[in-house]
Design a binder for this molecule. Structure first.
Ligand SMILES: [Zn+2]
Length: 362
């Protein structure tokens, strides 16, 4: 079958899988001791949909679709994702958007945070400023914008502090990290993250083509870097073709690419590898069905990390900023491989036709 051409078995059996470290489980999560490990930040942007709200969906319908990932075959959202991750002892970071509280009230945000905290995963701050369009009591004098970068520095600090407070009031431990919705951040956002008392930002994605990200960093920035008082953690990626980067997003890379990229990071002893997914990413684009191809890939990534002694999932709160920033080695991305790229394109065409009922690839 076309969707299996990516030789997962071969990827899982590469020499880097040799067990060099003691692996133990504490409190349900896998910890690796005795040697260097690459920490995998498995980040899940967790958000109600402003588009569904605009189309007239009720808060309950929005919650069921966007957070629970409910479709004709069951639930494939954050509860499903956490169950799958918990089986392997992984910890994930849920970047939760509290802005819908300005429209729906705070309880819906508490309902998102509760199960994440209960299962021991990490809650961090996400923000979609689109919701300001419907709020009656604007915190920024009625000014609106699709992206955080549409606002000036002072407004950005106001919005970040407000969102932070909503998240904490709704039951989250005080966040230390931020990611802008749509990656729509600029340098003022990075300054504002520091101004709002947060340590980490993960709004920079190296794939700038067609992106809303305006943070001024080179596409070649792989390692975390101190910028305007904030530690910027670029989203990881691979070189798809020479000079062309593809981000480490679960729907964007095949399992062969994601596994090879993590192995590459492990072999070069990168301190971190940042993967992005969404609360609704295992659904088809129309949200009516599960995309079995992406759901299977989610499981394969979890299994792969568990099988590799040099890889360990982590939250921001387990990271040491000074240790990471003192590491000045130059790092590289996984280089392009024609067979891997061709296999992904074939897999995507098959998956898009099978699960999206469309011939337009993601
Ligand atoms: Zn988002």
């Amino acid at each position: 079958m076309l969707h299996d051409v990516t030789s997962v078995k071969e990827v899982f059996e590469s020499p880097n899988g040799a067990k060099n470290h003691a692996v133990e489980k504490r409190g349900g999560h896998k910890f690796v001791t005795g040697g260097d490990v690459t920490k995998i930040l498995l980040t899940v942007d967790t958000e109600l949909s402003a588009a569904l709200h605009q189309r007239g969906c009720s808060p309950v319908e929005n919650f069921e679709s966007s957070i629970l990932g409910r479709c004709d075959r069951g639930d494939f959202g954050i509860v499903h994702q956490m169950k799958r991750l918990d089986e392997y002892g992984h910890k994930a970071v849920f970047f939760i958007d509290p802005m819908p509280a300005l429209v729906y009230g705070e309880q819906i945000v508490a309902d998102i945070i509760g199960p994440v905290v209960e299962r021991g995963h990490e809650v961090q701050l996400h923000m979609h400023t689109e919701w300001l369009e419907w709020t009656k009591d604007s915190p920024v004098g009625g000014r609106q914008g699709r992206n955080l970068s549409d606002f000036d520095y002072d407004d950005q600090v106001t919005l970040l502090k407000l969102a932070n407070d909503i998240l904490v009031n709704a039951g989250a431990p005080r966040p230390t990290a931020f990611r802008a919705g749509n990656f729509g951040a600029n340098d003022d956002s990075v300054r504002a993250v520091h101004g709002a008392g947060l340590t980490w930002d993960s709004s920079f994605t190296p794939c700038t083509a067609g992106s809303d990200c305006k943070v001024e960093l080179s596409e070649d920035q792989i390692a975390p870097v101190l910028k305007h008082g904030t530690v910027e953690l670029p989203v990881s990626g691979i070189l798809d073709r020479p000079g062309e980067i593809r981000p480490a997003q679960i729907c964007a890379l095949s399992i062969a690419e994601m596994a090879a990229a993590m192995d590459h990071a492990g072999t070069e002893k990168h301190p971190l590898f940042v993967i992005v997914t969404h609360s609704f990413e295992l659904l088809s684009r129309d949200r009516l069905h599960v995309n079995r191809s992406v759901a299977k890939r989610f499981d394969q990534i979890a299994a792969f990390i568990a099988a590799r002694s040099g890889l360990q999932t982590a939250g921001f709160n387990e990271l040491s900023a000074s240790e990471i920033l003192n590491d000045e080695r130059s790092l590289t991305r996984l280089p392009p491989k024609i067979w891997r790229r061709s296999a992904r394109i074939a897999e995507q065409l098959w998956s898009t036709w099978r699960y999206e009922r469309s011939l337009t690839p993601i």
